[in-house]
Design a protein around this ligand. Structure first.
Ligand SMILES: [Zn+2]
Length: 342
């Protein structure tokens, strides 16, 4: 072979490769995602300062580069280096990936920008079903499955989720919503059938009600979950696994689930004054086939004596139901406002 031709062949193949790669990246790029500023940990990241510009907010980076704040007149969003926790007006929200420090600047993963920050701060940019008429409430557990148990107080989770579901149903019906429960008695319901039921009645929102329990008796507070977006680990993990790469039906509604999840969690913390455990992500089996926005409320810990006693008190459960209903109403007001501005 003529050795002088080799560099030319190499150059040609490099150009072909570049063309191929750019065509591939055009095909795979989500046009609604901003152009990343850096690739960190093999993922696209965007500078927080640029996020501020895109959202028409101001930005301040602390002198030690550890904390970045996006702010406007009514809103403050605080990000911390190496942390997945952001604070939106002091309410906790968990990101998919930790905020990263790179060349003296803080960076947010573009995934978190699109799936968490934008739905909360600029929901009007998202399309999809914006009506809210039919709500399915899913009281956790039932029948053979008691859920968590507090023996000393004689409490079974399945009884309390059903009680809360009926209270919430009454409040929402009073506001004119069409409301269904996935169970109206103490019976066993397969988790998958809960989403199938919501799909069958063409729900616009699915609300799962649960109470929490852990080994440590000092842990307490309220948390709300939405279905984990694609290519993102659930809050309980930090590493991406194969399941994270799959797209599930509820992912078509990620933005709306995030928004309603935030409003409900915020209202619960405002109303109850209990510990804020944040807005989190998980791929719960009852949401895997869900075709509308969905949230799962963990309304306190059976394993914490003080909190379990509160949950056992009727007046506290009335307040829990009112807070969830009011969070849903705020969500509906936002849907109306962004659908019919002015
Ligand atoms: Zn449960």
């Amino acid at each position: 072979m003529d050795t002088t031709a080799r560099p030319f062949i190499f150059l040609l193949s490099a150009i072909q490769l570049a063309l191929f790669l750019s065509a591939f990246s055009l095909l795979s790029a989500d046009p609604s995602l901003p152009r990343p500023d850096a690739t960190l940990f093999k993922k696209p990241y965007i500078r927080l300062g640029k996020v501020a510009g895109q959202l028409d907010m101001k930005y301040q980076l602390s002198k030690d580069n550890q904390e970045g704040v996006l702010y406007s007149r009514w809103t403050r969003v605080r990000f911390k280096k190496d942390s997945r926790l952001l604070l939106l007006n002091n309410y906790k929200i968990y990101l998919g990936y930790a905020v990263a420090l790179h060349s003296g600047q803080l960076y947010l993963s573009t995934q978190d920008y699109h799936k968490t920050v934008k739905p909360l701060l600029t929901p009007q940019v998202f399309t999809g079903n914006r009506k809210l008429r039919t709500i399915v409430i899913d009281p956790g557990h039932g029948g053979k499955n008691p859920g968590c148990i507090n023996k000393s107080l004689g409490m079974l989770e399945k009884d309390f989720t059903l009680d809360l579901a009926f209270r919430l149903k009454t409040l929402l019906e009073r506001r004119g919503y069409r409301v269904f429960l996935t169970r109206e008695s103490d019976r066993t319901v397969e988790n998958q059938n809960r989403a199938f039921f919501a799909n069958k009645v063409k729900a616009d929102l699915f609300v799962c009600l649960h109470f929490n329990s852990v080994q440590s008796r000092s842990v307490k507070g309220i948390e709300t979950y939405t279905f984990t977006p694609r290519n993102q680990p659930s809050t309980a993990r930090s590493r991406l696994i194969d399941e994270d790469k799959k797209l599930f039906p509820p992912n078509a509604h990620d933005a709306w689930s995030t928004l309603v999840g935030f409003y409900v969690q915020r209202q619960l913390i405002k109303t109850m004054g209990w510990v804020d455990r944040g807005l989190k992500r998980a791929r719960f089996s009852m949401m895997i086939d869900l075709q509308c926005p969905g949230i799962l409320v963990e309304g306190g810990f059976f394993s914490n004596y003080e909190e379990a006693r509160r949950i056992k008190t009727i007046s506290q459960r009335i307040q829990l139901a009112e807070a969830i209903a009011n969070g849903i109403l705020t969500y509906h007001e936002t849907l109306n406002r962004i659908t019919n501005p002015n």
